[in-house]
Ligand binder design. Sequence first.
Ligand SMILES: Nc1ncnc2c1ncn2[C@@H]1O[C@H](COP(=O)(O)OP(=O)(O)OP(=O)(O)O)[C@@H](O)[C@H]1O
Length: 173
Amino acid sequence: MERTRPNILLTGTPGTGKTSTSEELAEKLGFKHLNVSEIVKSHNCHEGRDEEFDTYILDDDKLIDTMEPMVESGGCVVDFHTCDVFPERWFDLVLVLRANTDVLFDRLTERGYSDKKRNENMESEIMQVVVEEARESYAEEIVHEVQSNTVEDMDSNVERMVSWVAAWQANNA
Ligand SMILES: Nc1ncnc2c1ncn2[C@@H]1O[C@H](COP(=O)(O)OP(=O)(O)OP(=O)(O)O)[C@@H](O)[C@H]1O
């Protein structure tokens, strides 16, 4: 698949700031922001709810078929809390957002998560589950882990990605 603009995946534990960062980045770049949780719901890419974990049971094949035409020409910022469902070839850069446990605790509490759901997500962040998943699923050189604790972190992450996209486009012109 030849792309004239890259695709970027922003992943990380819920509450690390994927959606906020993706929105800012997509606006700055004039890229499409694909919020995968929204696509799963709006295109019914699931097989119902997992009540124990309070999430949707993903229909991976349907999700990939639904998203393929959206990403094929590039220029997408894709935002999802897990990253091993997507084909490796879709992405040119994978950013894993990280947050300190006290910061994440406050964000998930503010969101009204149950104690169980908040604890599961905190544990996942502490155990670096998404980082490891990203490293197992994509080439080492395209995976970057960045802090997302403050607004300054977010602005700096966006600036770095804007510079990275400019370099990518110069190299792929
Ligand atoms: N770098 C940051 N600095 C300060 N606040 C932030 C930062 N990133 C996110 N937030 C705040 O934390 C909350 C969660 O952010 P956001 O919804 O972007 O996370 P998310 O990773 O997309 O979560 P989910 O996976 O559940 O969609 C929001 O209230 C947002 O404003």
